[in-house]
Write a protein that binds this ligand. Structure first.
Ligand SMILES: Cc1cc2nc3c(=O)[nH]c(=O)nc-3n(C[C@H](O)[C@H](O)[C@H](O)COP(=O)(O)OP(=O)(O)OC[C@H]3O[C@@H](n4cnc5c(N)ncnc54)[C@H](O)[C@@H]3O)c2cc1C
Length: 451
């Protein structure tokens, strides 16, 4: 009987497990938290209390892994919507033009996504969950990982479980680099871009007529001077989740006046207005995110058989771009491909890490590229990066007047198209022409909302 173990029952672990159930007789997910029955927040996923955007590419991938997934989300209270038409995005001095783009977005809370995925995984017949259980070591014999050692948190009893494959989806705090060193392997090299981000979040009552019925707002200060951003997303049960994000030492205080003060620093007033008027439904929560972090497993030449690393344990992105869950879903599709193409588990790590790196490359470039607009962020800036950032600024500006440019931007930010699509000659011509016209002055929020 072929057995697999997955460490971590968050998005990464659940999605990896979903794929493994097609290739293993038994898949066991080990999670140190006590898993809630319903879609609720939990300790091991503190980020779940903050605004979580699900990109269209991620939603599509989830639909491939779980047919009818979007219907499940909508039944749970999620609000479907075209992000180009139903979300206001203010950056580079104006709101992007809004129009029908055909992009199928969805607005919801993180616990609803994870709870819905967990319910679908639980319904698979060859899966079992062991929660309240922490993995302490990997078992290593003759160049292979043969299982794990765990501790049952309630009883402190230790146990060893055997497996043909162990997938580490334990998040950015993953211990695999340390285990590799202990077993005599090289640790993966790491790229890290310090952004010192603080997320402060509160949930508010939402009236469907707020901001003319929009389901989302992203308002970003003009880098490098203004390091403040705000996100308001409609979530189930008539609520807004509002996250105020400060980079490089900026932070919204977790107090009523502090939160409002920070919202006032945003370059458009719509999020401030919601906070000022709407009834709060939660306390403030704060999350610190020091740095985007990428572990280059794809560059290793030697690695134990029977082990994979997945999700945030490979790469954890500046969360403002809302990419992590979608990347985990796209990695799951790649895992499915490599397991289908070659039945042998030998060398699986090499094949998977190469594919996962390709998934990670674009979102990493997007996230890090934007952070490099701040001179305080320590990293090499090639002339190419400076040029791309300059050009993307022009895209943002043209997108304020030209819906075709705006939609091209949304395709890229939703990971549906690669960034080079923004350099297509016809689009470039539109961008240049739109920006040349005097009327390409930044639109004012009131103009964008028509009030
Ligand atoms: C503030 C913030 C906001 C974000 N916003 C977005 C967003 O808008 N959109 C988006 O797509 N992504 C967002 N992300 C990223 C997203 O949350 C993650 O990419 C996603 O959860 C996938 O991560 P993961 O499952 O790999 O790891 P995690 O979510 O970190 O989960 C790791 C799991 O492993 C468990 N675990 C850890 N160690 C052990 C152990 N030894 N034994 C057993 N279990 C263990 C933990 O309890 C946890 O359940 C955000 C992240 C942060 C920090």
């Amino acid at each position: 009987m072929k057995q697999a173990i997955v460490i971590g029952a968050s998005m990464g672990g659940l999605l990896a497990a979903r794929v493994l159930t097609d290739h293993f007789d038994k898949v066991t997910i080990i999670e140190r938290d006590s898993l809630p029955q319903a879609a609720e927040n939990r300790k091991g996923v503190p980020q779940g209390r903050h605004a979580h955007g699900l990109l269209a590419a991620g939603a599509n991938a989830l639909g491939q892994l779980f047919p009818g997934f979007k219907d499940d989300l909508v039944a749970g209270g999620a609000l479907p919507g075209d992000p180009s038409r139903e979300m206001g995005w203010y950056q580079f001095g104006g709101y992007k033009a809004r129009s029908e783009s055909g992009i199928e977005g969805i607005f919801l809370s993180r616990p609803l996504i994870e709870g819905t995925v967990r319910a679908r995984v639980k319904a698979l017949k060859n899966i079992s969950f062991m929660d309240n259980t922490e993995v302490e070591e990997l078992e290593y014999q003759q160049n292979r990982i043969s299982g794990i050692q765990l501790i049952h948190k309630a009883s402190s009893l230790k146990e060893t479980l055997k497996a043909d494959l162990v997938v580490d989806a334990s998040g950015r705090g993953s211990q695999t680099p340390k285990y590799l060193e202990q077993m005599g392997f090289m640790r993966p090299t790491e790229s890290s871009v310090k952004i010192n981000l603080t997320y402060t979040t509160r949930v508010y009552e939402r009236n469907s007529s707020d901001v003319n019925g929009l389901k989302g707002l992203i308002i970003a200060g003009q880098a490098p001077k203004n390091k403040c951003a705000g996100v308001a997303l409609a979530i189930e049960n008539d609520r807004w989740i509002i996250t105020l994000a400060g980079a490089l030492g900026e932070a919204a205080e977790a107090t009523e006046p502090g939160f409002l003060d920070f919202a006032r620093k945003l370059p458009a007033p719509e999020i401030y207005n919601i906070i000022n008027k709407a009834k709060p439904l939660s306390d403030f929560v704060v999350h610190k995110f020091p740095a985007s972090q990428r572990r280059h497993y794809e560059k290793l030449t030697d690695f134990p058989e029977g082990l994979l690393v997945f999700g945030d344990a490979i790469c954890s992105f500046n969360p403002i771009f809302g990419q992590g869950m979608s990347v985990a879903a796209l990695e799951a599709l790649e895992l499915k491909k490599v397991l289908t193409e070659t039945k042998s588990l030998d060398g699986l790590w090499k094949r998977f890490f190469k594919r996962a790196a390709k998934v990670v490359d674009i979102p990493w470039t997007i996230a890090v590229g934007e952070d490099l607009r701040y001179p305080e962020v320590e990293a090499k800036r090639s002339p190419a990066v400076n040029f791309i950032n300059w050009y993307v600024g022009k895209v943002h500006q043209a997108a304020q007047k030209d819906a075709i440019v705006a939609n091209a931007f949304h395709q890229v930010s939703n990971l549906l198209k690669p960034p080079p699509s923004l350099f297509a000659p016809r689009l470039m011509t539109r961008i240049i022409q739109t920006n040349r016209q005097r009327s390409a002055k930044p639109s004012q929020p009131s103009e964008a909302f028509g009030d």
